[in-house]
Design a protein around this ligand. Structure first.
Ligand code: PRP
Length: 213
């Protein structure tokens, strides 16, 4: 029976495909170039659905996908009822607070722009700071430049976007990597297939780790 895997479109996708190939999955070479949103790989009994990263846990929670790949950032923001079974150790980045270099704590600008309103409000709550979260859907770095917010909470990967837009990181919130997630019912009903996949992926990840030492 075909196992359905939800994959995040965009920058995580290629790394996730690479990881699956390293784990021995025979995926067609046209895979990364395709604009299709559903890709069947019958020889592996796999069906891939390509969703927006933030939507992957939604597909998995509702069981239309059995498994999926989601960033820890998305998992923290969405809090979906799925099992997070493996740290895939790909697409490493971190969540951070950033602002213009002129921003000062005492400035009393409580506005924080973010694609991660839940993560951002939780972070500032823990810091004992009252803020007003402004939800944006992308290009978050625009907000402080245009005066929409004093600070942003966003993903920093290479740091290039902050640098090119003249922003500086104020605080690191946490490290982020991609996770392998599983629908709870699929985890019970299709335990054999899913464990096999997890073991194959884990073997590649552990192998990668040991090469570093
Ligand atoms: C992400 C993130 C930053 C950027 C960080 O945005 O929101 O803007 O990447 O990467 P860097 O540190 O390597 O420059 P993404 O490109 O996913 O698009 P978005 O602005 O639409 O969210």
């Amino acid at each position: 029976m075909t196992l359905t895997m939800a994959m995040p479109k965009g920058r995580i996708f290629e790394e996730a495909v690479q990881l699956l190939r390293s784990a021995g999955y025979d995926l067609p070479s046209s895979f990364e170039q395709s604009r299709k949103l559903i890709i069947d790989v019958p020889n592996e009994s796999l069906r891939f659905i390509l969703a927006k990263p933030m939507d992957v846990p939604t597909y998995v929670e509702h069981g239309v996908a059995d498994v999926g790949v989601a960033g820890k950032d998305v998992m923290l923001e969405e809090k979906r009822d799925v099992h997070e079974v493996l740290d895939l150790n790909i697409s490493a980045c971190h969540l951070a607070v950033a602002a213009l270099p002129t921003y000062q704590r005492g400035e009393l600008n409580p506005k924080v722009a973010s694609k991660y309103p839940n993560v951002a409000s939780q972070f500032f709550k823990e810091q004992g700071e009252q803020v007003e979260i402004i939800k944006l859907n992308g290009s978050i770095e625009l907000a402080p430049i245009m005066g929409l917010a004093g600070r942003i909470v966003d993903i920093v990967s290479t740091g290039q976007t902050l640098k090119e837009n003249g922003l500086v990181e104020l605080e690191q919130i946490r490290q982020i990597t991609s996770r392998f997630i599983v629908n709870p019912a699929s985890y019970r009903m299709r335990a054999g297939e899913i464990h096999d996949m997890v073991e194959r992926l884990a073997a590649v990840i552990e192998g990668d780790g040991s090469e570093d030492h």
